[in-house]
Design a protein around this ligand. Structure first.
Ligand SMILES: [Zn+2]
Ligand SMILES: [Zn+2]
Length: 118
């Protein structure tokens, strides 16, 4: 099964959402495009997922702590909205957040599973 991918997805190097930094970021964290927390709630019936394996969509990007917090801020906003299609993307942080929902739905995940009741 193929899912939409972010261009230039990579696991090493610079902060994926900001590129260069001022001030310099001395630490980086991995962000799962589909948050790990969601991946525990639902498993897609795909060949890619090995029974017993916690994470079935291992795609990650390396980001600075601020970028990571901002990605999750946008994810929460979209969850509150309950709809990702209309969410305006003006930064790479927002783009990564929106991609979580695009990939989740592509894998057969339900918006109800991940969105807070309105
Ligand atoms: Zn994350
Ligand atoms: Zn950054």
């Amino acid at each position: 099964m193929t899912t939409p991918q972010l261009r230039g997805l990579r696991k090493t190097g610079k902060c994926w959402v900001h590129g260069t930094h001022r001030p310099e970021s001395l630490t980086h964290v991995f962000h799962h495009i589909i948050p790990r927390e969601w991946q525990l709630k639902y498993h897609p019936p795909v060949e890619r997922w090995t029974q017993g394996k916690e994470v079935w969509a291992p795609d990650c990007i390396l980001v600075c702590p601020t970028g990571h917090a901002n990605i999750h801020y946008h994810i929460r906003k979209i969850q509150e909205l309950g709809n990702y299609e209309s969410y305006k993307v003006r930064t790479r942080e927002a783009k990564v957040a929106k991609q979580a929902f695009i990939n989740w739905v592509a894998y057969g995940g339900s918006m109800d599973t991940i969105c807070k009741p309105r």
